[in-house]
Write a new protein. Structure first.
Length: 113
């Protein structure tokens, strides 16, 4: 295993096929369900939403909307702090841990639907 910080030049391809995503999602769901104490269980809500990104005054803005209705649920300015890439030569997948700040904002009039 090799860990590389974001300031060292290297290439990282963020690509996972549908079957890999399904398999890892199933493992995570099984881990949640197998927790012994329901009161201390990880809680999550599955929401189908669509995220779109645009630049506003040099800042990256994410707009999240419900996939079914198109209702905008969140608008944030997303700023990268750093990331850590972890290469796992004996595995089919490597991983990246990213740290960002997300600041709520209003939707620019140029990007309203």
């Amino acid at each position: 295993m090799l860990a590389v910080m974001g300031d060292i030049p290297h290439a990282f391809l963020s690509d996972m096929n549908h079957k890999q995503h399904q398999s890892l999602n199933m493992v995570l769901n099984q881990l949640v369900e197998s927790q012994p104490t329901p009161g201390n269980r990880i809680k999550y809500k599955r929401i189908k939403q669509k995220d779109s990104f645009y630049r506003d005054q040099g800042r990256k803005v994410r707009v999240s909307e419900l996939a079914e209705t198109g209702e905008i649920t969140e608008v944030i300015i997303k700023e990268k702090v750093d990331h850590l890439d972890i290469y796992c030569p004996a595995s089919a997948l490597d991983l990246r841990i990213s740290v960002n700040t997300e600041t709520p904002c209003t939707l620019s009039p140029l990007h309203t639907t």
